[in-house]
Design a protein around this ligand. Sequence first.
Ligand SMILES: [Zn+2]
Length: 131
Amino acid sequence: MSIMTRGIIGQPYNLAMHSGLSRRQFYSHAQVLLADHDSARKHWQNESNNVQALVAEVGRLKAENEALREVMSCVVNEIPGHSNRNGNAPGHCHAIPGVWDRGNGAKTGTECGWCKVWNAAVAMSKEAIND
Ligand SMILES: [Zn+2]
C-alpha cells in the first residue's frame, strides 16, 4: 500500500494538507479508494453468505445421511438371517463370498449383485456418525 493510499485511508486531512495533491486530485483518489472498499466489502459479504449457505447445506446433508443410515440399519435388521453372513447376502451361500459359483452359467465367477447391495447396506447401517 502506498503512502498516499495509507494517507487517504488513515489521515486524509493530513495527507491532503501535505501531499501536494490538488483538492480535485485528492477527491479523485479518495473516490477510487472508497469504490474499491465498497466493492471489497460486497465481495466479502457475498463470500460470507456463501459460507453460511454451505454450512447450512452440510448440516442438512448430515441429517439426511443419518436418516438413511437409520433406515438401512432397520432394513438390515428386519431381514431374517441377517447376521454372520460372512460376506454373502441372506439366502446366498457362495463359496467365495459375493461371487457366483461354478454351474451358474454366464454368472459364474462374476460379482453377485444381491450380495453387493446387501454388503453395502450393512456397511452403511454401521457407518459412524461424523460430526
Ligand atoms: Zn450373492
